[in-house]
Design a protein around this ligand. Structure first.
Ligand SMILES: NC(=O)c1ccc[n+]([C@@H]2O[C@H](COP(=O)([O-])OP(=O)(O)OC[C@H]3O[C@@H](n4cnc5c(N)ncnc54)[C@H](O)[C@@H]3O)[C@@H](O)[C@H]2O)c1
Length: 320
């Protein structure tokens, strides 16, 4: 069997490729990414190097916007499953660069789901985001909560879910949308809070702390994320399914910094006010996914934090 994984130079896509390749040695994985420069390409090339250790993973530099190239890929490999992690990520960047989000998250997403439907793909999984909830406050947020995205990024993710629903209503094409909540861990993203903090500590940069650190996030460890998706893959898809992918254990950013301080070099912190694209708190209800796959235990936050920290210490030069 051959499957397609997009965004394989990115944080989640890269870790997912590796987890999948280890667990299913007989599955051929075609992975793609456009290696954009939203953040350091050095990190992306290093992630791609990891994929070379697996005989069952092949990488192509392809942009989701390039329908012709994608079409050729689908014709050649006849994918049975598609996992879409490629997207223009980032909340604040979306305020100034909306076109990048329309291009990758809307045009690119539509190309992919259209070709998947046309090629009779059996399992279509795609990354959505907790950003679709916006400022909804009925915590913990469950999947049937009303969606009020408060930034351009969240809006494109909501539209992905709407497109997936359209494809089900019109063509009975089934899909699974994964609403990720602040994923962190080894090989994490340098534009997100935790790696940004570690980067400031070990590479002596200024750390810009938004809203004076007064934010709460439902941190979710990358190994739990890839594990959950692989377990979910074995279950029947019933329609345009949607799952929160979160630990249901929100933590104050100030507390995370306090946990890190004793073991990290001193960080120069510059405090900033509230950024209007940000939400104050994310906290998801994860009963639906836990029940579906009988998943009991998420990795302890302190353990996941220390593993990420250890990894960063050995790799800090990559982030210079
Ligand atoms: N990391 C999180 O906490 C988080 C939270 C919510 C949602 N998500 C979503 O999960 C997915 C993966 O996120 P990530 O953290 O790995 O982000 P990432 O930026 O590290 O990875 C995305 C990858 O997609 C590639 N890409 C972007 N546009 C592309 C295009 N048009 N064609 C081909 N490749 C393209 C990028 O080069 C990048 O390598 C994204 O859809 C993101 O929006 C992530």
């Amino acid at each position: 069997m051959t499957i397609l994984i997009t965004g394989s130079a990115g944080f989640i896509g890269n870790n997912f490729c590796i987890d999948f390749a280890k667990k299913f040695k007989n599955t051929k994985i075609i992975s793609i990414d456009n290696i954009n420069s939203y953040y350091s390409k050095k990190i992306k090339f290093n992630r791609l190097k990891r994929l070379k250790n697996f005989k069952n993973i092949k990488f192509f530099k392809i942009d989701l916007k390039n329908k012709l190239k994608l079409e050729k890929l689908f014709k050649k490999y006849k994918f049975k499953e598609v996992y879409n992690f490629a997207a223009q990520a980032g909340v604040r960047y979306s305020e100034k660069n909306p076109h990048a989000y329309i291009d990758s998250n809307i045009t690119g997403f539509l190309n992919l789901i259209e070709l998947s439907k046309k090629s009779n793909v059996k399992k279509f999984f795609f990354a959505s985001s907790s950003s679709v909830y916006g400022d909804s406050k009925r915590f913990p947020l469950s999947e049937n909560e009303k969606l009020y995205p408060k930034n351009f990024y969240g809006m494109t993710k909501k539209l992905n879910e709407d497109i997936a629903k359209r494809f089900f209503d019109d063509y009975k094409f089934k899909s699974v949308g994964l609403r990720f909540f602040t994923v962190f861990g080894e090989w994490g993203r340098p534009d997100m809070f935790l790696i940004k903090y570690l980067n400031a500590a070990y590479n002596k940069k200024i750390f810009y702390l938004n809203n004076y650190g007064d934010h709460i996030r439902d941190f979710t460890y990358i190994n739990d994320v890839t594990n959950l998706i692989i377990k979910l893959r074995k279950k029947k898809i019933t329609g345009p399914d949607i799952y929160n992918i979160c630990s249901n254990k929100p933590i104050h950013l100030k507390k995370v910094i306090k946990l890190l301080i004793p073991d990290t070099p001193i960080v120069k912190i510059k405090k900033l006010g509230f950024q209007k694209a940000d939400v104050y708190k994310t906290h998801g209800n994860n009963n639906k996914i836990k029940k579906k796959i009988s998943f009991k235990r998420f990795t302890n936050f302190n353990l996941a934090l220390s593993k990420t920290h250890e990894w960063f210490k050995s790799n800090y030069k990559m982030f210079k």
